[in-house]
Design a protein around this ligand. Structure first.
Ligand SMILES: [Zn+2]
Length: 390
C-alpha cells in the first residue's frame, strides 16, 4: 500500500478550515483557493487559476504520471462552505480548526475541506511513489453551495472533455455514491385581473387558482411515485410547494392581479424533468387565469453504473484499504458531480470523509482518522483506475 502524509493532510485540512470561505457576499473562496494553489506550487505542480467571478477562482492542476499512455482521472473538491450561522449554536470556533477527541472541528471540516485535502495528498502520494500511466486532474472549484458556477465554468471551458472519470470528495460517511437525486425548482406565475373585493365579478382571482394547483401538485407527486417506485438509494420522487406569494395584508379588499408558487421537485433516475415542468404548466391553467412556469434550477438525477471503472476502482480501493466490503449509497441532493456528469459527460462517483448529516450543521466535525483513511483510499483508487487494476 502506498504511504500517505497523514500529518500533512490533517494539518492542511486545519489550514483550510481556518480561512472562512463561506458562500456569502463579502466572504468568498479566494483565500481557500490561494492555499490550494500555493500547496500545489510547493509540490512543483503548475495550477491554472480561472477567475469564474470576482474573488471566486477555480484552481486546476494536471499531474502527469510520466508512465505512458493512460486515462485521465479527475479529483474534485469545492472551496466554498456554507455560512457558520448563529454562533451561539456552536461550542467550538467554527473557523478554529481545533482537534479534540480525535475530531477536527469547524465549518467545512466535513463538507468538504477534508475531502479536498485528501484529493491533494492522495495525488501527491501517488506521484511520489513513482511513474503512473495517464494523469490526474486535481480540481478545487468554487460555488458548489450556490449555483455551482465553478463546475459549470469548468465544463464550459472545455476542461471536462478529456476526463474519463471523476471522484467527488463530498462527505458520504464512507459510502460509495454513484447515484444522486435530481433537483428541479419551478416558479409558477399566475396572472389574473385586479378588482375590488366588493365586485369580484369584474376581476379574475389568481388566489383561487392556487387551491387546485396545490391539490394538483399533490396528485402529481402521487402519480409519479406510483409510476417510479422508490429507488433503493435515493427513495421517492417529491413534488413540494415551498413558497406562496399573493396579495397584501394591507389590501384585504383587493383581488390581486398576480400570484406565484415555487415548487421544489426531487427526482430519481427515469423521471424526465421536462415532463414535470409541462405537467405543472397544465395544472396551473385554471378558469381564465394565465400561467407561466419558469425553470429556476434544473439538475437531473445522476445514475452511473457501479460497473463503471471509476466506481469499480473506488470500491476495490475501499475494500483493500479498510478491509471492509463497500457500501453503496446515494446522494440526497445534487453536487458538482451532477454538473460534471450531466453537462460534462464524465462518469462521477461521490465519496469522502465525514458524516452525511453533519454537513451544514453547527459543531461540524470530521474524524481525523477518517481523513487519513480516505486519503489512502483515494491514492489506491487513483492507482487502480489509471493502471486498469479494477
Ligand atoms: Zn459539499
Amino acid at each position: 500500500m502506498i504511504d500517505v502524509d497523514a500529518d500533512g493532510v490533517v494539518a492542511f485540512t486545519q489550514a483550510l478550515v481556518r480561512v472562512p470561505s463561506t458562500n456569502d457576499p463579502g466572504r468568498r473562496e479566494q483565500p481557500a483557493a490561494e492555499l490550494v494553489a500555493a500547496l500545489m506550487r510547493e509540490w512543483g505542480w503548475e495550477p491554472a487559476v480561472y477567475e469564474v467571478a470576482p474573488g471566486r477562482p477555480n484552481v486546476v492542476a494536471v499531474v502527469e504520471g510520466g508512465g505512458g499512455d493512460g486515462p485521465t482521472l479527475m479529483f474534485e473538491g469545492h472551496t466554498d462552505v456554507v455560512t457558520e450561522g448563529d454562533l451561539s449554536e456552536w461550542t467550538v470556533d467554527p473557523f478554529g480548526g481545533e482537534i479534540r477527541d480525535g475530531r477536527l472541528w469547524g465549518r467545512g471540516s466535513a463538507d468538504m475541506k477534508s475531502g479536498l485535502a485528501a484529493t491533494l495528498y492522495a495525488t501527491r502520494a501517488l506521484q511520489l511513489a513513482g511513474p503512473f500511466p495517464g494523469r490526474i486532474k486535481v480540481c478545487a472549484l468554487a460555488d458548489e453551495e450556490g449555483l455551482m458556477i465553478g463546475a459549470h465554468h469548468f465544463v464550459s471551458e472545455g476542461l471536462a472533455t478529456d476526463v474519463d472519470g471523476a471522484i467527488v470528495a463530498e462527505p458520504e460517511a464512507g459510502e460509495i455514491c454513484a447515484v444522486a437525486k435530481g433537483a428541479l425548482r419551478l416558479r409558477v406565475d399566475l396572472a389574473g385581473k385586479m378588482a375590488h373585493g366588493a365586485m369580484p365579478q369584474h376581476g379574475r382571482n389568481p388566489v383561487q387558482a392556487l387551491g387546485p394547483l396545490l391539490v394538483g401538485l399533490r396528485a402529481l407527486q402521487e402519480e409519479l411515485q406510483a409510476r417510479h417506485p422508490a429507488h433503493e438509494h435515493l427513495g421517492e420522487v417529491y413534488v413540494t410547494p415551498t413558497v406562496l406569494r399573493a396579495g397584501s395584508e394591507e389590501q384585504v379588499n383587493v383581488i390581486p392581479a398576480a400570484a406565484s408558487v415555487f415548487v421544489d421537485v426531487r427526482t430519481i433516475p427515469g423521471v424526465e424533468h421536462k415532463d414535470i415542468a409541462d405537467r405543472v404548466a397544465a395544472l396551473a391553467s385554471y378558469d381564465g387565469i394565465g400561467a407561466e412556469v419558469s425553470v429556476l434550477v434544473d439538475r437531473p438525477p445522476v445514475d452511473v453504473p457501479v460497473s463503471d471503472p471509476v466506481v469499480a476502482a473506488l470500491a476495490a480501493a475501499h475494500r483493500a484499504v479498510t478491509g471492509e466490503e463497500p457500501v453503496y449509497g446515494g446522494v440526497p441532493g445534487s453536487t458538482d458531480g451532477t454538473v460534471l456528469t450531466h453537462w460534462g459527460g464524465i462518469p462521477s462517483v461521490v465519496y469522502g470523509p465525514g458524516g452525511k448529516w453533519i454537513a451544514h450543521q453547527a459543531d461540524e466535525y470530521v474524524e481525523v482518522e477518517e481523513i487519513v483513511r480516505c486519503t489512502r483510499v483515494f491514492t489506491e483508487a487513483a492507482r487502480r483506475f489509471l493502471t486498469g487494476d479494477v
